[in-house]
Design a protein around this ligand. Structure first.
Ligand code: GTP
Ligand code: MG
Length: 406
């Protein structure tokens, strides 16, 4: 590094405030630079039944009012509703994209519901792949839409996972970083919650479901991540209301017997969830999405396209181009073969029609001749009759003359 660059790095040193609100202004310098350049979006997906508290939790997480419309239970299919937001913390603006499921859990066909979500995830990977494969590309200005984290909302039933949850987590766990949470945790008692969490973890294990684990091998955040992993699935409470507590307003839910504070470690795991997702692991979530989950997608797709294992790497583009021109050749060959066989078919058909035409001509000729013969016969008959009539007339005249003489 040149002395100038060291100097400019030094002037950029930020004072870290450990009480920063959402927490992203405390991110590593590298990522903050990227965010400032506008090249970083954080894409969150919320999957959970209608009315389970998805929008409320997002508002609570980013301390912003999103006015996400509640959805009706009458949707015929699962829809994904997307919204882009920017949140600002001190001088840093983070672009956020929130995707919420609508109608999830209201459909009888759970496979189809999950497929819609899984296809959405794949589509984002595919768009990124197509951009990468373009000859002229600029990944720095590409708006990445790949989902970095999927928050999966489990109903606070106290009974464990539902069949839909198991199926969805199984399918989506392979494609996206999943962070499971127990929604509306204020509706479940402390002891019950403990048993519920244990049961959910058991079921996840039994079903071979992999959810995102916060990296404990990280030098600076390892310890903190271990505490996060210990509370998974996070039991959270969300609220859009504020309640006066002493001389400050706190985000809380008010009940006749008291209040449940969202940002109180004693009341729920909300603060842990926010720290885990944003302050501590946002970079890891983005990185894992690219280097593990997207990479799996890319290898699979390229294999489908015929790029072989050894090709993946620096030579991938050439391999891809080569394979592409091979495929184009094949398509061309197929096309000319099709054209030739079409021409041949047309020729055969023409021949067949010609034969038919001749047959018909022959038939017409025969009929014409037959007709002529009949006409000739009739002519002869007519002539004979004429002659007979003339003979008869002559005989009659002769007879009359004879009679007169007498
Ligand atoms: P849709 O978008 O319509 O599927 O709903 P949603 O999942 O976005 O739920 P939303 O945030 O609109 O909340 C639905 C209802 O649940 C609202 O009345 C919220 O006040 C309530 N709610 C949200 N979070 C909590 C919570 O943590 N505890 C309790 N008890 N209620 C909550
Ligand atoms: Mg909503």
């Amino acid at each position: 590094a040149t002395p100038e660059s060291v100097l400019s790095e030094a002037t950029e040193i930020r004072c870290l405030d450990l009480k920063g609100f959402v927490g992203f202004s405390n991110l590593p310098q590298q990522l903050v630079k990227k965010i400032k350049r506008g090249g970083c979006t954080f894409n969150i997906m919320c999957v959970g039944e209608t009315g389970i508290g998805k929008s409320t939790l997002m508002e609570s997480l980013f301390n912003k009012s999103f006015d996400m419309e509640p959805c009706s239970h009458e949707l015929n299919t699962v829809e994904l509703r997307e919204r882009q937001f920017e949140v600002e913390e001190r001088d840093i603006v983070l672009k956020l994209s929130l995707v919420e499921t609508a109608g999830f859990g209201d459909q009888l066909d759970k496979e189809n519901s999950v497929r819609i979500i899984s296809d959405f995830l794949d589509r984002q990977y595919e768009m990124y792949l197509q951009e990468e494969l373009r000859v002229r590309r600029d990944m720095r200005i590409y708006q990445d839409t790949r989902i970095h984290v999927c928050i999966y909302f489990i109903s606070p039933t106290g009974h464990g996972l539902k069949a839909l949850d198991v199926y969805a987590l199984k399918m989506l766990g392979k494609k996206v970083n999943i962070v499971p949470i127990i929604a509306k945790a204020d509706t479940i008692s402390k002891d019950e919650l403990k048993r519920f969490k244990a049961k959910i973890l058991d079921e996840l294990r039994l079903n071979g479901i992999s959810v995102y684990t916060f990296p404990e091998d990280d030098a600076t955040a390892g310890e903190e991540n271990a505490t996060f992993n210990a509370v998974v699935p996070f039991a959270v409470v969300g609220s859009v209301d504020f309640v006066q507590k002493g001389d400050e307003l706190v985000r809380a839910r008010q009940y006749p017997w008291g209040i449940v504070e969202v940002e109180n470690e004693e009341h729920c795991d909300f603060l842990k969830l926010r720290a885990a997702l944003i302050r501590v692991n946002i970079a890891h979530l983005i990185d894992r999405t690219h280097s593990v989950l997207y990479e799996q997608y890319r290898s699979r797709r390229l294999r489908d396209l015929g790029v072989r294992d050894g090709d993946i790497g620096p030579g991938m583009m050439q391999a891809y181009q080569l394979r592409r021109s091979e495929l184009l050749e094949q398509v061309k060959a197929k096309e000319s073969h099709l054209r030739e066989s079409f021409v041949e078919k047309v020729r055969l058909k023409e021949q067949e029609l010609k034969v038919k035409e001749n047959e018909i001509k022959g038939k017409v000729e025969a009929l014409r001749q037959e007709h002529a013969t009949v006409m000739r016969k009739l002519d002869d008959q007519l002539k004979r009759l004429e002659k007979e009539r003339a003979d008869f007339e002559a005989a009659k005249q002769h007879f009359l003359a004879q009679k007169k003489k007498k």
